[in-house]
Design a protein around this ligand. Sequence first.
Ligand code: FPP
Length: 264
Amino acid sequence: MFDKLLRKKTTAVPSTLKERLNVLKEKPMPTHVAIIMDGNGRWAKQRKLPRIAGHHEGMKTVRKTTLFASEIGIRVLTLYAFSTENWKRPKREIDFLMKLPGEFLSTYLPELVENNVKVEMIGTAELLPAHTKDAIEKAMNATAHNDGMILNFAMNYGSRFEIAEAVKAVAQQVSDNTIELSSITEETISTALMTSHLPDPDLLIRTSGEVRLSNFMLWQLAYAELAFTEVLWPDFNEENMLNIVEDYQNRNRRFGSLEGDEIK
Ligand code: FPP
C-alpha cells in the first residue's frame, strides 16, 4: 500500500518512513482527524509573497494530507477551510479563498475518485458564492458512492452557530410534541449537528503554533486528543503527520475513567 503511495505522489516520502508507517498501521488509527490549517499568511509573508500565495500553497498541502490520511487508514478527515469569522478578511482574500475549492476539485477530483475518497461539507452552503457551492456539490455527487475516506470540508463553518441551530431544531421538536423535554440527551444534540452522521474526531491538529480552537467543532472535540505543531500549513508534510499520529497512538485515552493503558 505504501509503495502505491510512493508511486502515485509527486512529493516523494523518504523511504526511512516506510518502517515507521508499517508500525503505525499495526496500532489503532484515529478514526476521525480534524485539522485547523493555519499559517498560510505567515508562510507567504516569510517569502515576501501575497497572503493568497500562502493559501494556494496550502491547497497543495490539502491534497498531500488527504492522500496520506487515506493511505494510512483514517476514515474521516475534516479540514477547516473557511470559518464564519473569515468573512471579516479583505474582499480580495475572501474571493481567492472561495475560488480554491473549485481549483482544488477541478485539478484533483479524478485523483480523489481513484482513491475512493468521498467529499462532504459542513457549514452553511447557502451563503457561499454559486461557483464555490457548485464545485463542492459536483464533487460530492461525483464521489457520493465512494466508501473510502470521507474528506469533509468545513466551509463557512462556525461551531457556535451550528450548536445554536441544533438547539433551535430540538426546541422545535419539543414544541411540535415530537420529543419530550425530559428526554433530551447529549445524543439528541449530537444528532442535530451538521456532523450527525460522523463519529466525533479522535484527534485535532492545529498547525502554525497557535493554541486555540477558533470556534471549530466545540461539541464534537469534547474528548479529542489535541496536537499543536509549529509547522506552517503549507510546509506540513507526511512526516509531520506521522509524528503526530505516532504520538496519538502512545497516549492513554481514558474518557474520564481510570481504565485503559493504551489508546482505544
Ligand atoms: C488560516 O491561515 C487559513 C485559512 C483561513 C484558509 C485555509 C485554506 C486552505 C489551507 C486552502 C483550502 C483549500 C481547499 C481546497 C478548500 P491564515 O491565513 O490565518 O494564516 P496566518 O495566521 O499565518 O495569517
